[in-house]
Structures are given as C-alpha cells and as structure tokens.
Design a protein around this ligand. Structure first.
Ligand code: PHE
Length: 344
C-alpha cells in the first residue's frame, strides 16, 4: 500500500471512530491514538526522510491535510458533546418555578370577635359609647339592684356560679351583662347611651344551643322622654344593618324583673323572608334578644327619680354569630378547629 493510500485509510477509520464517539473521554483517547507521538501520522512523518523528493512532497501534504481533517473533526465532536452534556445537566437540575411557595400560616380574628365588633360598631354609629365591667360581680349588682331580691323566684332564670371569696357579700360569675346598667347609672347622672360587651357565665347544661360561658352585649339608653318607640327604632336599625335592610322587627311581651314592659325581640327570618324555613324552624321569625323599658325600681336603686325614662336590651353574641353564619352548634365556636374558624 502506498503511503498516500495508507493516509487515506487512516483518515477514514479516524473519522469513522470519531463519528461514533459518545463521550469527550473517548474523543481524547482517539486524539492520542491518531495524532499522538506513537500514532500512524507520526509514523508516516518519520518515514518521510527516506522518500524521493517528489513523493515526499505529496505524502507530506496529504499527511498535513489528514491531520487537519482529524483535528477539525475532534473539535467539532467535542463541541457537540459539550452541548449535549450541558443540556443533560440543565434537564437534571431542572427547577419547577411554577410550584406554589410555602405560605406561612397567618392569623385572623375569631368569628365571635368579628361579630362582636360588628355589633358594637353599629351602636357606636348610633351614638352609643362602649363600656366594660367585671366578670366576677357582686350579688347586689347581679340581682338585687336589678329588682331581683334575695329570695325572688326570678333568680332561677339564671343558674348562677357562686364564688366563695370569704367576703360577707356574695360574689357570682355574672350571669348577664345587666349589672353594668346599675354601675353606669351610679357613676353619672343621665343621659346614658352605652353598650357593654362582655363574658357571662351560667350553670347551664352544654348543648348545641347552650354554653356555660358565652358573651352578651348589653344596651342602655337613659334620657328625657325615652319611649318604647325609641327602643324599637334603635333595634330595627341594628337588626337591619346586621341581617338585612328589608327585615321587620317584632316585639313580643315577655318578663324580665329589671324592665317593664319587657319584650322578646324577633326579626322576620332573613333566610326565607318570613315564609318559614330551617333557619327560623318554620316560624318565619327569629328571636335575637331581650329588651324593655328600665324598671322604676332599678332607677330607685341608683338614686334616680322613679320618673326617669330609659330602655335596655341584651343579646347573646354567639347566638347572633350562629344566625349570621348559619352555624348549627354553638360549641363549634369554642373548639378551635381551624377548618371551621377559617371557613368564612
Ligand atoms: N339580661 C337579660 C338576659 O340575660 C337580657 C336583657 C337585658 C333583657 C336588658 C332586658 C333588658 O337574659
């Protein structure tokens, strides 16, 4: 085989093997095999000196061309492999930036707090101010000053927690927020326009509609010429802002020792417009609070003339929240289940 033929066969096998190389390591091996000091091109180069001048020129040129071709093929193959490796690495390290991030849990107001604030806001909008009173209250403010004497049967309307303080005066966990009517009137002459939100406690059997501890909002308005119509008007404005602008308020005769006359306050059912549904238990009306004109005996106990006029009302916050959010069971407000508390 002539030297030129041999060079051409080297060229073919080298390019062939390079074409099949699948890693840069393999390319480097081939580079050493074909272009290294012990490779076939080097061998041909060493034999040049023994060739006649004409042939030496031809073989030399061919050898240079073949070396150039192999070098170019190596460079091309390395570039191609580099590109592939880079793409593979990118694929392996792929980052899915469309995954939602991890949200830190954020707090929010308890539904009862929201409802309490909403109720208070409505009365503040009507010109009432806000006061709070003690949870542990004397028997005097809880009952006696509210026209409920020591052995009066009306005490059994509230199954009370008595607190043994050792003091001569009996203390109770207040069974309603009404004691604040007395404290407020004792503290200043009329006029009074105040609402009193607060926790109350009763020795009640706990079920879907009763809790032993719950919240009330008391209202008291004492001024000249306050009438039952004022009471109804105020409660109507409240109920419409709370539950819906087209409902009707109905007052139903009732009894509380500290109001005369007394009333249970109903609103026409905001869920069915009064035609009767599950929310109003088919009644068309929903009771939302107790109310009445302040009893003259209460005015007497705070040293006001018995001819003073005023109204009072008291509502349960849990009950209002239960209606507003269509909650079946009052206990769910106190179970701290975030699925419930966060579900509005
Ligand atoms: N204190 C009464 C109760 O707890 C509610 C009420 C307040 C009624 C004020 C009339 C006037 O049931």
């Amino acid at each position: 085989m002539s030297a030129v033929d041999e060079l051409q066969s080297i060229e073919r096998t080298a390019l062939d093997e390079l074409g099949g190389a699948d890693s840069s390591e393999r390319v480097q091996e081939l580079q050493i095999t074909y272009l290294g000091r012990k490779g076939p091109l080097a061998r041909v180069g060493k034999s040049l000196g023994g060739l006649p001048v004409e042939e030496r020129k031809l073989v030399g040129q061919t050898a240079n061309r073949v070396r150039g071709l192999i070098e170019a093929a190596i460079a091309e193959k390395l570039a191609e492999l580099d590109k592939l490796e880079r793409a593979g690495r990118l694929e392996a390290e792929r980052l899915d930036i469309t995954l939602p991030g991890r949200m830190p849990p954020t707090g929010r107001l308890h539904p009862l707090t929201e409802v309490l604030e909403e109720i208070v806001d409505i009365f503040v909008g009507l010109g009432f101010s806000v006061a709070e009173g003690p949870l542990v209250e004397t028997d005097y403010y809880s009952f006696q000053a509210l026209n409920i004497p020591q052995d009066h049967a009306a005490r059994s309307m509230q199954d009370t927690f008595y607190v043994d303080t050792g003091a001569p005066q009996p203390y109770v966990l207040r069974p309603h927020t009404s004691p604040m009517q007395v404290r407020l009137m004792e503290s200043a002459p009329p006029p009074h326009y105040v609402v009193v939100p607060g926790v109350v406690a009763r020795r009640d059997e706990i079920d879907a509609n009763h809790l032993a501890q719950f919240m009330q909002i008391e209202g008291l308005a004492v001024d000249e010429n306050i009438s039952f119509a004022d009471l109804k008007g105020v409660l109507e404005v409240f109920a419409r802002q709370m539950f819906g602008s087209n409902l009707t308020v109905r007052m139903h005769p009732s009894y509380f020792p500290f109001t005369e006359p007394s009333a249970e306050v109903y609103v026409s059912c905001f869920a069915c417009d009064g035609s009767g549904c599950a929310t109003c238990r088919g009644e068309g009306w929903i009771e939302i609070m107790g109310a009445g004109m302040v009893h003259p005996n209460v005015f007497r106990s705070v040293g006001y003339p018995a001819s003073t006029t005023g109204f009072a009302f008291g509502m349960g916050v849990e009950r209002i929240a239960k209606l507003k959010y269509s909650v079946n069971d009052l206990r769910t407000f106190y179970e701290n289940d975030l699925r419930f508390l966060g579900s509005r």
